[in-house]
Design a protein. Structure first.
Length: 301
C-alpha cells in the first residue's frame, strides 16, 4: 500500500494532483491508515497514468470518469471531442477569413464590412435564411415540400471559407434580416391566399424542373426546349388547372416577372454554393430564357 506521496512520486506528479483526482472520484483509495491517511494499491499507478493521458487530450473530468467506469465510453467521448474541436476550428477559420476581409479592403469599405460581419456569428448560423424562405413561400405548402425547398435554397457555410465567401454570407444574412417592401412576410402577390392556383403542385413540379435544368447547365448547354422546359411549364399549367399549349406558354412568359430581392439572394448564394452546384434561381433563369428566347436575347444585349 502506498501513501499519497509515494503514489505521486512513482507517477511523476504532485501530491496536489493525486488529491484532486481522488476528491473527484477518479482515483479511489484502497484503504485508510490508523491515522486516517489515504492508502493506494499498486493498480492506482496505472489508473493515474491513464487519467493523465486522457487529460493530456484535454478531456473534461466528467468524460474521464466515463471512460474509466465504462469500457465502451472512449469511442463516444473521442467522437464528441472531435465534433467540438471541428466546430472550434471552423469558427477560427471564419474569424481568420473575416479579419483578412477587413485587412484587404480600403478604409472607405472597412466600416461597412465591419458592420456586415459583426452581425454574423462564427461559425455562422443559417437559421435566418431558413426563416426567410418559410415566410416567403405560400402558407398552404405541405411541410415536406417546404423542407425540401429550404434545403435546396439555403447554402451551408463552407468550413474553410475564403474572405469573399464570408462577405457573401454576411450580405446574404443582412438581406434576409432587413426590412422588405409590401406585406410584412415579404411574400409576392401570387403567394397570397385565393390567387387561383395550387402551390403544392407548382413547387413539387418546379423542383423536378430545376433538377433537370441544372444538369443541362453543368453540361454548359444553352437554354433550349426539351424535357426540362416541358416539366417547368407543366408545373405551372397543372397548378392552374389548365393544359400546356402555345398560348399558355406565351401567357406564362409574360407573367414570370423578376423579383429583385430573390434575384439578389440567388446571386449571393451562388458564391457559397460554388460553380459545381447551380442554384434553383439560376435554373429558373435558364428555364425562363428557354421559354422566351427572344426576350432573353434582348435582355442580354
Amino acid at each position: 500500500m502506498w501513501t499519497i506521496g509515494e503514489l505521486a512520486e512513482h507517477a511523476g506528479v504532485t501530491v496536489k494532483t493525486v488529491r484532486f483526482y481522488s476528491d473527484r472520484g477518479l482515483l479511489p483509495e484502497a484503504a485508510r491508515s490508523s491515522g486516517g491517511h489515504r492508502r493506494y494499491g499498486p493498480e492506482a499507478i496505472e489508473r493515474l497514468r491513464l487519467i493523465r493521458s486522457l487529460r493530456t487530450l484535454d478531456l473534461p473530468v466528467p468524460d474521464v470518469g466515463r471512460v474509466l467506469d465504462q469500457e465502451d465510453a472512449l469511442e463516444d467521448v473521442v467522437a464528441g471531442q472531435l465534433r467540438e474541436i471541428g466546430s472550434r476550428m471552423t469558427a477560427l477559420r471564419w474569424r481568420e477569413a473575416a479579419l483578412r476581409l477587413l485587412q484587404d479592403c480600403t478604409p472607405e469599405e472597412r466600416v461597412d464590412r465591419l458592420r456586415l460581419i459583426g452581425s454574423v456569428t462564427a461559425p455562422p448560423s443559417t437559421a435566418a435564411l431558413a426563416r426567410f424562405w418559410r415566410r416567403w413561400l405560400p402558407a398552404r405548402l405541405p411541410a415536406r415540400v417546404v423542407s425540401a425547398i429550404v434545403e435546396q435554397a439555403v447554402p451551408q457555410p463552407p468550413a474553410d471559407p475564403a474572405p469573399d465567401q464570408v462577405l457573401a454570407f454576411a450580405r446574404l444574412h443582412a438581406l434576409v434580416s432587413g426590412p422588405c417592401h409590401g406585406n410584412e412576410d415579404c411574400q409576392p402577390a401570387v403567394h397570397q391566399p385565393d390567387t387561383g392556383y395550387r402551390p403544392a403542385m407548382l413547387y413539387e413540379g418546379l423542383g423536378e424542373a430545376y433538377g433537370l435544368a441544372a444538369r443541362q447547365m453543368l453540361d454548359r448547354r444553352q437554354p433550349h426546349e426539351g424535357e426540362a422546359l416541358d416539366c417547368f411549364v407543366a408545373a405551372y399549367a397543372h397548378s392552374c388547372g389548365t393544359r400546356d399549349t402555345p398560348d399558355f406558354r406565351r401567357l406564362l412568359a409574360g407573367q414570370l416577372a423578376a423579383d429583385p430581392r430573390i434575384d439578389r439572394y440567388w446571386q449571393l448564394a451562388a458564391e457559397l454554393f460554388g460553380p459545381s452546384q447551380p442554384t434553383p434561381g439560376a435554373a429558373h433563369d435558364w428555364l425562363c430564357a428557354a421559354l422566351n428566347p427572344v426576350q432573353a436575347a434582348g435582355a442580354s444585349a
